[in-house]
Design a protein around this ligand. Structure first.
Ligand SMILES: *Cc1c(COP(=O)(O)O)cnc(C)c1O
Length: 331
């Protein structure tokens, strides 16, 4: 079976497991795990921010990150199919008590006019104030699309002008970086706070981080514990992340190439596939998924007529070639 349902399906490699087994550990709730501290410092540095915090999931990292800039009864603006709006089961509204309004962006992108029109200034005790704009890079449900740097810079300057913050859901920021060559620090420079995942294309079994100012991270340590996310000797998990940063970033280019190979087989122009995700329309997603699975390739339905496939560390070139053959025959 070739599994293209998600890049979360990767298993740690033998080398990664060895790095995990060797990790020096301590109690991370006491902030005494040296390997976690090393990972947090390294990731903060990559994005040019003061600090970072390990979180068990990307969803928790996003909830913690957004709540550093948006409070109860305030709102964040994001794209309509953003992961924070569609895929975190309402965590932001449930835990933080914030509101969300969405714009519909072409390819999950940034619609400058819509944002400018939706933005709500703080007018005192009458209206919900916009406190942050959230952008997803790469954009998952739009098909791994990359937010152009010029758009991110526009959001940064719009937010500065209007006194609101910028959050980035950078679960796959590594893919954006490898696809475009834009330095991670450049992405970091255009946001106040961001969340990144180690457990997707980078191939770690667990782990995400939020990245931001020292004050935001200090506050988030408390909230992480409050939410039940205070973990102990997790240097073994951080070691997987450090290993992934050393060995699994540049290779994402292979995943991108494999995704473009598969695009053609499902009727998508490869030129429109910048990273490792292909989203395409079919008549009936459920029956498409079943038929592909019966031929040995697993893909996922992400809508009634929408199917998604994702390439990753566990998909070899041989797998991609075989999946291409199988999918070309499914209709
Ligand atoms: C996977 C993902 C997350 C986090 O998901 P978890 O399963 O909670 O780790 C956040 N944002 C995007 C865009 C994602 O694809």
């Amino acid at each position: 079976m070739i599994d293209l349902r998600s890049d979360t399906l990767t298993a740690p490699t033998d080398e990664m497991r060895r790095a995990m087994a060797r990790a020096e550990v301590g109690d991370d709730v006491y902030d005494e795990d040296p390997t976690v501290r090393l990972l947090q410092e390294r990731v903060a540095g990559l994005f040019g921010h003061e600090a970072a915090l390990f979180a068990p999931t990307g969803s928790m990292a996003n909830v913690l990150a957004v709540r550093t800039v948006v409070g109860v009864g305030e709102e964040v603006l994001c794209e309509a199919s953003a992961h924070i709006a569609r895929a975190e089961l309402g965590a932001h509204t449930a835990y933080t008590g914030l509101g969300m309004r969405t714009w519909r962006g072409d390819g999950g992108g940034i619609d400058r006019e819509a944002i400018a029109e939706m933005f709500a200034p703080d007018l005192g005790p009458f209206f919900v104030p916009t406190k942050a704009i959230s952008v997803e890079n790469t954009h998952n449900f739009a098909g791994g699309t990359v937010q152009p740097l010029a758009d991110l810079q526009w959001v940064r300057s719009f937010a500065d002008e209007h006194g609101c913050a910028v959050h980035m859901d950078g679960a796959r920021i590594w893919n954006a970086h490898v696809a475009t060559g834009v330095p991670l620090a450049e992405y970091g420079a255009n946001v106040d706070v961001l969340a990144v995942c180690l457990s997707k294309g980078l191939g770690a079994p667990v782990g995400s981080l939020l990245v931001g100012s020292a004050a935001a991270i200090e506050e988030s340590r408390i909230w992480r514990k409050r939410m039940g996310g205070g973990m102990r000797q997790i240097g073994i998990l951080a070691a997987a992340g450090l290993y992934a940063l050393d060995h699994h970033v540049e290779r994402l280019a292979e995943d991108h190439e494999h995704a473009r190979m598969l695009a053609e087989a499902v009727g998508v122009d490869p030129a429109t596939v910048p990273t490792n995700i292909v989203v395409f329309s079919v008549d009936d997603a459920a029956s498409y998924v079943a038929e592909a699975a019966a031929s040995g390739v697993r893909v996922s339905a992400v809508g009634a007529r929408t199917v998604r496939l994702v390439t990753h560390l566990g998909v070899t070139r041989e797998d991609a070639l075989r999946a291409r053959e199988v999918l070309a025959a499914v209709r």
